[in-house]
Design a protein around this ligand. Structure first.
Ligand code: AMP
Length: 439
């Protein structure tokens, strides 16, 4: 199956081929024909599946079908909403790449940067707008953006937009868009909230699911290294150093924790930067480009900041702390093993996080192999402490009300690590390689 057989025009085929794509990915194969026909789509696909091209390529083609080369009558005809600035920037870059031989103009707007250059670009006239909801509303209130001529609406990573509390902003935006339009909604998971949103928004949508949602990517080797909380940093530095990892994305639950860990890694001689919502847009962009170019080895990120990051062939993801929401684990490990490459996701799990680990294993419907690293085995006498988990608890309560109460520490006073294999090999490096094989 080729891109040509999907019915895409020559200019787009040329750009796709220059980008080096030979065959469409499953989501592209399934989504491109119905989008070209003007159908609404509900796409279940995680980042890494090629979903951006699956909606961008046919969207460009549809806009070209009725394109008028009259500069004065240029109005925004397609709106793409994304949860984060990074994802907006990446979608914008994809439009530039796939549309490089087309006369369509696009612009990306997000918060954290000056609004005036964005206003200027909007004034010059664009066909496609990529935006995060908050900054889009700023523009709407300043009347610098007109959404009355939108023909195609894309909601990318809709589940994350809802998780981030954007539903009211999205509703405000929807109220300003014509009812008659084509809508493409993409989401990694289909929660009840997503279904509600799509029921109201989509008309006879085609449901496309490329991988069972909530299923962790098959190409990613997953492993849990049990370790005491106060030795995680040491273990992380050891793993990076002894295996000579060059590019590692490390997840932390909090912004403060991400900063601290990044500083500590630097002290250990490992080049690193943190990326999270409190960093300026400039600092975030710089950290990402330094990481992509290999200038820094470790990027320490919070879930929200890392969402949607597209880093080609990212080989290692480390969960320094498990996420509060099990779905975030799936999103995190989806940063690696992308577009056909192998990836490795490892989680440093202390006794306090066993409940979170169980929730994750329930969601992905499999046990993750647990292997201790020699000299970093957890001390069995350490009892679990409750996690400072306010945000996660609030979100979980919002999602699935449950009558069950869990008393922190009560459920897992027996360590499941007991009796698990802790490698007998006393060369740490070799031990880790052995562990990876065992998984
Ligand atoms: P996405 O899921 O849109 O974030 O895409 C994940 C990665 O796959 C990006 O780096 C794309 O450049 C790449 N990609 C998308 N489509 C293809 C394709 N047909 N063949 C090879 N790589 C692709």
């Amino acid at each position: 199956m080729s891109f040509k057989s999907l019915g895409l025009r020559t200019e787009i085929l040329r750009a796709v081929s220059e980008k080096g794509y030979c065959t469409p990915t499953p989501i592209q194969f399934e989504a491109i024909p119905p989008v070209l026909e003007g159908r609404d789509i509900m796409g279940g696909a995680q980042t890494g599946t090629g979903k951006t091209a699956s909606f961008t390529l046919p969207l460009l083609q549809r806009l070209m079908a009725t394109y008028k080369p009259d500069e004065d009558s240029r109005t925004i005809r397609a709106l793409m909403l994304t949860p984060t600035r990074e994802l907006a920037a990446q979608v914008g870059q994809s439009i530039d790449i796939y549309g490089k031989y087309l006369p369509l103009k696009s612009s990306v707007i997000y918060g954290g940067v000056k609004i005036n250059p964005q206003i200027q670009k909007l004034r010059n006239g664009i066909d496609i707008l990529v935006a995060t909801p908050g900054r889009l509303l700023d523009h709407i209130s300043q009347k610098t953006v007109d959404l009355s001529q939108i023909e195609i609406l894309v909601l990318d990573e809709a589940d994350r937009m809802l998780d981030m509390g954007f539903i009211r902003d999205i509703r405000k935006v929807l109220a300003l868009i014509p009812k008659q339009k084509q809508t493409l909604l993409f989401s990694a998971t289909f929660s009840d909230e997503i279904k509600k949103l799509s029921n109201n928004l989509l008309q006879s949508p085609i449901l496309i699911e490329v991988a069972q949602h909530n299923t962790a990517s098959e190409r990613v080797t997953q492993i849990v290294h049990p370790v005491d909380k106060n030795r995680k940093r040491e273990l992380l530095s050891y793993l990076i150093g002894s295996n000579n990892w060059k590019q590692v994305l490390v997840f932390n639950r909090t912004k403060h924790g991400a900063n601290r860990l990044s500083e500590q890694l630097i002290t250990d001689g490992i080049t690193s930067a943190a990326i999270h919502g409190n960093k300026s847009q400039g600092a975030r962009t710089r950290a990402l480009s330094d990481f992509k170019s290999g200038k820094i080895r470790v990027l320490v990120a919070t879930d929200i900041a890392a969402r949607g990051l597209d880093i080609d062939q990212l080989p290692h993801v480390v969960n320094y702390e498990l996420p509060n929401l099990p779905e975030d684990y799936v999103h995190r490990i989806g940063r690696t093993g992308r577009a056909g490459n192998e990836g490795e996701a490892m989680s440093l799990v202390c006794v306090d996080e066993l409940k979170l680990l169980k929730d994750i294993e329930r969601l992905i419907k499999r046990d993750i192999p647990k292997l201790s690293v020699v000299d970093f085995e957890p001390d069995p006498s350490i009892k679990p402490q409750p996690l400072n988990n306010k945000r996660g608890k609030q979100q979980q309560a919002k999602r699935k009300p449950s009558g069950k109460k869990t008393v922190p520490g009560k459920n897992h006073s027996r360590s499941p690590y007991k009796g698990r294999s802790s490698s007998q090999n006393h060369s740490g490096n070799r031990a880790h390689n052995n562990l990876q094989k065992a998984s």
